[in-house]
Design a protein around this ligand. Structure first.
Ligand code: FES
Length: 155
């Protein structure tokens, strides 16, 4: 992580928005948008900016699934793990996707090409199991669809 860039983003945010605790979550989202992820090296700067403990910031970062703590792959495939998609075979699709894409759930493939991540309901429950491929919803995932996704994220 480019700590100097992260420090600048944090300082600019504090200047514009203030250092009240309710600004912590918005700052974390902003920092992730700007830098791409938030690794542990940034925690001391964030804690100091808000006069919080490192444990407080670490707790918020790890509580929310949306925060990325390592660089993402060039492509991000998110599979829905919520109830309706699970009832429609989501667990089997997840296992097949992991094999087909060559990456475990929650990980980024070694070549940096693909991150496979969980998501919890995309609002498309009736046509699951569902995924987001680089932010694009994909419904009714099956083996053939996994082949299509694998080809799409190979480039
Ligand atoms: S449960 Fe998967 S889209 Fe709602």
């Amino acid at each position: 992580m480019d700590l100097a860039a992260a420090e600048l983003v944090i300082a600019d945010w504090i200047d514009a928005q203030g250092d009240e605790r309710d600004q912590l979550l918005p700052l974390l989202h902003h920092l992730q948008r700007e830098i791409g992820y938030i690794d542990d090296a940034a925690i001391p700067f964030i804690a100091a900016a808000f006069n919080l403990s490192r444990a407080d910031v670490h707790g918020v970062l790890t509580f929310y699934h949306d925060f990325r703590r390592k660089p993402a792959g060039r492509h991000i495939v998110k599979l829905c793990r919520a109830e309706s998609c699970q009832a429609r075979g989501g667990a089997a699709i997840e296992a097949a996707a992991s094999r087909r894409l060559g990456v475990a759930m929650g990980e980024t493939r070694r070549d940096g090409q693909i991150s496979l991540e969980p998501v919890y309901c995309l609002g498309l429950c009736a046509i699951g199991p569902n995924a987001l491929v680089d932010g694009r919803p994909v419904a009714r995932i099956d083996a053939a669809m996994l082949d299509t996704i694998a080809a799409e994220v190979a480039v």
